[in-house]
Design a protein around this ligand. Structure first.
Ligand SMILES: Cc1ncc(COP(=O)(O)O)c(C=O)c1O
Length: 490
């Protein structure tokens, strides 16, 4: 049976099962909510709980779909222009693990940007691949990483012609897109596979005013966080692929390896419905978010002390295009750090940013926002700038921008060998010259500062200490205060 984009075959099958009044002698143990503690039962609601179902014949097989899950995935592939699409229940993190495992095995090289999300480092650890890092372009004014330029990709693939794949993050968390089409061409000319972490791009397809989506740029595999940008539930993501350069069966096997054998059906159904919603009204919804975000950007740029970058950055190194729905507000001229401004907004104005870094706050405008929220944000920022501007001398770390992104540490061992080798704990401030044996990540946005296998430098120690001084949260190491660090015991 051929379904239309207005259909939701997975949700329909689930609803049919519930309406049929079957007595379930299968998981989940709460039996459609009946056995659940009443507090939780009431909180979630009986209707939703009745749809918390299990892998039974008429609801298909998640690992080897042949029925309603396959129909729903095929509709996603049709909408996004993929040869195959797969539902993923542990976020783009799970999708990235699978795409790395599917393309670069133990000891094989994979080229990735240095500002990779920790899921990329995680995938590399699982696979035992050797990461070759590319430096993204840095915008010194804002203190953030932009995209990796085609020139950098070209130089890196030429230097490492034996690499199996190149992974690009596009767009970045801040909405910056590189020239992906040109990069994919370079990658393919060298007979490598082009992978894209498109966590921030499930909406790109639906407006001409947004950067090109990975599949349309010719990428072989991409992973999108449908839950981050469009209407799916948290953790629900999509992996899309194109046949030709990859073994689809192998990708499928790796997706099985990295995911639970008990998928949450409500989460899966949310992917089905979010796809239908985008097919039916995606263009209208995304155009509206872009208009709202552009309106906010214009207003924010009239507030003394605030800068909200936009398409004027296009043409700068690493900036080929831009997603305007990512509203990044630089608060440096107020003499505040991003973390300070985030806390003030949260507690005094009840406005929560997506993330803050040294001097920026990122606000996401999505299909869930209306004029009300966006006007509220602008008025809160106006008030904050008036009330909290202070001389730079008192700011939490005036020199931080210049300390941003220290030179790339030298990779001495593969991340996997360092992680699983003999290790010991050392005082962090005395660890220069040693090999790191854990991931040190700055949260948000989850970008690793140090990876297992890398040589710790004095510059890196200083940088981490500055991040901590600026209120940023370190995650990953055994000792999250970073007084001590796990190193390879040589
Ligand atoms: C660039 C990037 N890639 C991957 C991920 C992981 O996505 P998920 O949270 O869906 O697992 C994130 C999450 O923030 C991200 O920002």
């Amino acid at each position: 049976m051929h379904f239309k984009q207005t259909d939701t075959p997975l949700l329909a099958a689930m609803e049919h099962y519930v309406k049929d009044g079957v007595i379930p002698f299968h998981t989940p143990g709460h039996k459609q909510g009946k056995g659940m503690y009443p507090t939780l039962q009431n909180l979630i609601g009986k209707e939703a709980l009745s749809l918390d179902l299990a892998l039974i014949d008429e609801l298909d097989d998640f690992y080897e779909p042949y029925g309603c899950i396959k129909d729903a995935q095929d509709l996603a592939a049709e909408l996004y222009g993929a040869d195959h699409s797969f539902f993923v229940i542990n976020g783009t993190t799970g999708g990235i693990y699978a795409m790395i495992l599917a393309t670069a095995g133990p000891g094989e090289k994979i080229i990735v940007p240095r500002n990779a999300h920790r899921s990329i480092i995680g995938g590399i650890i699982f696979s035992g691949a050797i990461p070759i890092y590319m430096q993204p372009e840095i915008d010194d004014e804002l203190g953030i990483a932009m995209g990796v330029s085609p020139e950098t990709v070209s130089a890196t693939v030429a230097e490492h012609p034996d690499a199996k794949a190149v992974l690009i993050i596009n767009p970045t968390y801040y909405g910056v897109a590189t020239d992906l089409k040109q990069i994919v061409e370079i990658v393919h000319q060298h007979d490598m596979v082009a992978l894209v972490d498109e966590a921030h791009g499930p909406h790109l397809k639906f407006s001409q005013r947004l950067p090109l989506q990975a599949l349309d740029a010719g990428a072989d595999i991409c992973a999108q966080s449908s839950h981050k940008i469009i209407g799916a539930l948290t953790q629900a993501s999509l992996v899309h692929c194109r046949e030709g350069r990859i073994r689809v069966f192998h990708l499928k096997a790796m997706l099985q390896l990295t995911q639970s054998s008990s998928p949450n059906y409500i989460m899966l159904a949310s992917l089905d419905v979010a796809r239908m919603q985008m097919a039916v009204e995606g263009e209208k919804l995304i155009e509206k978010s872009i208009d709202l975000a552009n309106w906010a950007r214009e207003k924010i740029n009239t507030i003394p002390g605030l800068i909200c970058f936009g398409s004027e950055k296009i043409g700068n190194p690493g900036v080929f295009d831009f997603d305007p729905t990512k509203v990044t507000v630089n608060v440096k001229a107020l003499g505040l750090t991003g973390a300070e401004a985030e806390k003030i907004l949260r507690h005094e104005y009840k406005v929560q940013a997506e993330l803050s870094d040294s001097y920026n706050l990122l606000f996401m405008i999505t299909l869930g926002d209306s004029e009300y929220e966006v006007k509220f944000l602008v008025s809160a920022l106006t008030d904050l700038a008036l009330k909290y501007a202070r001389p730079l001398a008192h700011a939490g770390g005036g020199d931080l921008v210049h300390a941003l992104y220290p030179a790339m540490p030298k990779g001495v061992l593969s991340p996997r060998d360092a992680l699983f080798g003999k290790t010991c704990m050392m005082p962090f401030d005395q660890s220069a010259g040693m090999i790191c044996a854990e991931i040190v990540t700055c949260y948000p946005p989850g970008i690793p500062v140090l990876c297992p296998g890398e040589e710790i430098t004095q510059e890196m120690i200083h940088y981490c200490q500055l991040l901590q001084k600026n209120g940023m949260h370190i995650s990953g190491p055994e000792d999250c205060t970073l007084k001590r660090i796990k190193v390879v015991n040589r």
